[in-house]
Design a protein around this ligand. Structure first.
Ligand SMILES: [Zn+2]
Length: 93
């Protein structure tokens, strides 16, 4: 039973660290978030959700225009694959 208490925060911390990397945090900063969320989930998870920067460049663009995270070309609308490099775009829910 104690395993669940460790593993669930670990998974959330892993997600936070991955998300932090995507949003331009350095490796060290992501690691700090990872450890913080893991050890003090109640404190660091809300803190991260408040402090995390928006996805780079997203808010500078017009509505419906997005940037491919792989090739950095612009595309329109909510599509599953980048029309330029063919990478799967899983940023959008
Ligand atoms: Zn692309």
């Amino acid at each position: 039973m104690w395993l669940i208490i460790i593993i669930i925060p670990l998974l959330i911390a892993w997600w936070v660290a991955t998300d932090a990397r995507k949003r331009g945090y350095s490796k060290g900063a992501s690691l700090v978030w990872f450890l913080g969320v893991w050890l003090a989930l109640i404190v660091f998870l809300p803190l991260y959700l408040i402090l995390r920067p928006k996805t780079p460049r997203q808010d500078e663009l017009g509505k419906g225009t997005r940037v491919c995270p792989y090739c950095e070309k612009l595309y329109q609308g909510e599509i599953s694959y980048c029309p330029y490099c063919g990478q799967k775009l899983d940023e959008e829910m």
